[in-house]
Design a protein around this ligand. Structure first.
Ligand code: GDP
Length: 294
């Protein structure tokens, strides 16, 4: 994860590490290299500029010039600022309501169905009763995919393959959950290859009518700046509660993880790092910053 970014950041700090006496110019050069590394990793330009300006003023304010190990101090400051940028502290998903409804949104292929299965597994491990709902009314294969996942993880899946009304399916599923003691209902929805009006209407209609405790936006981290732009578009219509970043195990450059919180002002709540059901992690900004800095 983020190998290239970690390598470039490490290289940026190298000039300061082991240097006894440093100057303001040394710090400025290193900070410039950090900025370039972030931009190369697909971090939004404005975000990269803001965070590196802060790192620089923090460094000079904290007497990095007279510190015994200026390189280490700068790494520490960078870590702190990246942590803040990604939200500071971990944020849990909301679990309330009877039943507690969790709506999953995102583009097709982003990893919604896979994540729905992972979240069901995660909640089941906590001893919770879960019902998965197949609301992708356009792709019969998606319904089958969810059913297969459900069987694999031992979680019941509610589906009505002949019904083409997502809201109707979800409403019936919620009634079914109430009757059968399933306190948590995960609604997997349809996605398109690009944002379109019909898709937006459908998902915002589901949100308005189902009144979910948590609406999550799932996005493929490999799509870099597009991930951030799509998140912004979805948030403007949906006002979602949190982001799920998928495919962080792949050759992702890391920009989405670093920028999304700042640009959209919604927390990342989970990260997905593989196709297997256990490849799901709760997102901790400090741990992520630590990983980025190697
Ligand atoms: P959906 O169309 O949004 O429901 O997306 P899917 O859940 O069907 O996922 C699309 C593809 O991405 C599938 O082949 C998944 O196995 C794969 N996938 C999902 N999440 C991850 C992940 O975190 N890492 C990797 N490597 N693949 C993933």
């Amino acid at each position: 994860m983020f190998d290239n970014l970690s390598y470039k950041l490490d290289r940026a700090f190298k000039t300061l590490k082991g240097t006894g006496k440093i100057t303001e110019i040394n710090v400025a050069t290193t900070v410039k290299e950090i900025r370039r590394a972030l931009i190369d990793a697909d971090v939004n330009y404005k975000v990269a500029k803001e965070v590196t300006d802060t790192i620089k003023s923090e460094a000079l304010g904290r007497d990095v010039l007279i510190s015994v190990s200026p390189g280490q101090l700068l790494v520490k400051i960078t870590q702190e600022e990246l942590t803040k940028l990604m939200g500071g502290t971990k944020e849990d998903i909301n679990l309330k309501g009877d039943p507690n409804v969790i709506l999953i949104s995102g583009l097709q292929g982003s990893g919604k169905t896979t994540f729905s299965g992972k979240l069901a597994t995660h909640l089941k491990k906590q001893g919770r009763q879960v019902l998965l709902v197949a609301c992708d009314i356009y792709r019969p294969a998606a319904i089958e995919q969810l059913k297969t996942l459900g069987e694999q993880i031992g979680v019941e899946v509610y589906a009505e393959p002949e019904n083409k009304n997502a809201l109707d399916i979800a409403s019936k599923a919620i009634a079914y959950a109430k009757k059968n003691g399933k306190k948590n209902v995960i609604v997997d929805t349809a996605g398109r290859l690009a944002v379109d009006e019909q898709m937006m209407n459908e998902i915002s209609d589901l949100k308005e009518n189902l009144d979910p405790a948590e609406t999550l936006f799932v996005v493929d981290s490999m799509t870099g700046q597009d991930a951030v732009n799509t998140a912004k578009t979805f948030d403007e219509r949906l006002d979602f509660d949190g982001v799920v970043l998928t495919k962080l195990d792949g050759d992702t450059r890391g920009g989405a993880a670093i920028s999304i919180r700042h640009v959209v002002d919604k927390p990342i709540k989970f990260i997905s790092t593989g196709e297997k059901m256990e490849n799901l992690d709760v997102f901790y900004p400090d741990r992520m910053a630590q990983r980025i800095l190697g």
